[in-house]
Ligand binder design. Structure first.
Ligand code: TNX
Length: 502
């Protein structure tokens, strides 16, 4: 297939011939007008005469609803008139993203754009096509997040999971708990290079989002059919919280952590700590009405609980045999509060080791097997296995790659990402409906700048987008299309990793 579309549509039939297409007038129903306005402004340089948008009559572009299509499905036909039929506005936005890719590369003829006649029928295989960004280990300003959302939408991905707190920083303003940002958003120092080298920069580092910042991120994303999924990760990964409010822990006071890894300092299983988790998570959730919310739950060491009389008494009260089961008290309580407010709840796959909140969606990160286990146990699952979808791992095992979370020979090449398939091989047919889709993770211990984020994300995210859309073929077929697509990204200022780097 020509046209270098990424992700590849389900079906594309070409020809015959070309049209000289000049866009002066669009017809679209009023409810979908914003989708068209965004398309027109995003490509404003292509229409020197300006573009009118009308609700009826004739146009050079006609965008209409089709009842036989799902909300994200579309048909796009390029002829003298370009027509888009879509099941919903998200499908129309996907169609216009593809039309934008065709138009951006087109030559000018007869006062118009030379477009090949083409009929595309398309839609995603997987409803959850996510990208995760850790803004806790390194903080990314609002402008960088908005730009990432644009790139997510450009790849027809549809969720941005924001990891808003960790041991090394708390990144959301919470009015009733001001020390979370006064104290918890700032760390004294950051490792330079591989953490285990023990070299530290001794420079205060931090930042956080205001309520207005998060509203801007939410609205920018919503306009592009990207759902923002906020995560408050508790009761583990809580050292920044404990630096701000030591009374929520059971050990000695601590500073915001200046190391990577897993801190053993976790929230105590006290009424105060359980209420805190519920209150801050529901507060942050309230800034994202109707969105799914992630309650974290990964990597929660139990050493402090094993040493706490209160925790041991609670274990006896609940008949728990393992301290790990105490974690279920947090996830079930916070999840119930979120559900009561209309939020779907997600959690990292460690919740499988304690009590899983009813209806929780499990984000399977440790391996594919946890995803299959969650599905077999009746939970919906988003596949995020680190071996394929952690883009903080090395791009290649060659010497010369910048420091990353993995060490050679452990590397995740774009070819490896491209070869990943969302459905676990061994998952029985009766459990497959639980697989919602997949998500790529950008953990940022070793990603401090926007340019480096680009280097780690692209081209792996391009490969991922096609895996998640469900139309991946072979690396040999994909490579030339990817090369052309990377030029497109480069023209948009993306500092991607060249295919032949190193
Ligand atoms: C594991 S995945 C983590 C993160 C780290 C990441 C580094 C998960 C739920 N926890 O805290 O940043 O590995 O790759």
């Amino acid at each position: 297939m020509g046209f270098d579309l990424v992700p590849r549509p389900r079906s594309l039939v070409e020809g015959p011939g070309e049209v000289a297409w000049r866009l002066a007038r669009v017809v679209v129903e009023p409810a979908w007008r914003d989708v068209v306005d965004l398309f027109v402004t995003d490509h404003v340089g292509l229409w020197p005469g300006g573009v009118d948008v009308a609700a009826a009559g004739s146009g050079d572009l006609v965008v209409a609803r089709a009842d036989d299509l799902d909300p994200e499905e579309y048909r796009l036909a390029v002829g003298e008139v370009v027509t888009v039929a879509a099941g919903g506005p998200a499908g129309a936005a996907h169609a216009l993203t593809v039309l934008g890719q065709l138009a951006d590369g087109a030559a000018r003829v007869d006062g118009g754009l030379a477009l090949a006649r083409v009929r595309i029928e398309d839609g995603p295989t997987w409803p959850w096509r996510g990208v995760h960004l850790d803004v806790a280990r390194h903080f990314f300003p609002v402008a960088d997040v908005l730009r990432l959302i644009d790139l997510i939408a450009a790849h027809r991905l549809n969720h941005l999971h924001l990891h808003l707190n960790d041991d090394q920083g708390w990144r959301v303003e919470v009015p009733r708990w001001p020390r979370l940002t006064e104290v918890g958003a700032w760390r004294r120092s950051t490792p330079v290079g591989p953490e285990l080298d023990g070299v530290d920069d001794l420079i205060t580092y931090g930042g956080f989002y205001t309520v207005a910042d998060l509203a801007a991120i939410r609205d920018h994303a919503a306009r592009r059919f990207v759902t923002v999924v906020p995560e408050i990760d508790l009761p583990g990964h809580a050292q920044a919280v404990l630096a701000a409010y030591p009374e929520l822990g059971s050990g000695e006071g601590a500073e915001v952590w200046t190391r990577w890894g897993i801190s053993s300092r976790v929230l105590d299983v006290s009424d105060a700590a359980l209420s805190f988790a519920e209150e801050v998570t529901t507060y942050v959730a309230s800034l994202f009405p109707g969105s799914p919310v992630h309650v974290g739950g990964d990597e929660c060491p139990t050493t402090q609980w094993s040493a706490s009389a209160r925790a041991l008494a609670l274990m006896a009260e609940h008949g728990f045999t393992e301290p790990r089961q105490l974690q279920g008290l947090f996830s079930t309580r916070v999840a119930a509060a979120l559900r009561a407010r209309g939020h779907e709840v997600l959690a990292w796959d460690e919740v499988l080791d304690a009590e899983v909140p009813p209806d929780a969606v499990v984000v399977a990160w440790r391996a594919v097997a946890q995803g299959a286990e969650a599905a077999r146990r009746g939970f919906d699952v988003v596949m995020a296995p680190m071996q394929f979808l952690y883009f903080d791992w090395l791009n290649s095992a060659e010497p010369g790659e910048p420091v990353a979370q993995s060490s050679a020979p452990l590397a995740t090449t774009w070819e490896k990402v491209y070869g990943y398939r969302v459905l676990p091989d061994d998952l029985e047919p009766e459990h497959r409906h639980h697989v919602r889709g997949a998500q790529a993770q950008l953990w940022t211990e070793y990603i401090a700048t926007r340019d480096h984020l680009d280097y780690m994300a692209f081209p792996r995210l391009c490969a991922f987008s096609e895996v998640a859309w469900g139309t991946a073929t072979t690396p040999e077929e994909f490579r030339p299309r990817l090369a052309a697509h990377l030029e497109r990204l480069g023209a948009a200022g993306v500092k991607y990793r060249p295919l032949d780097a190193l």
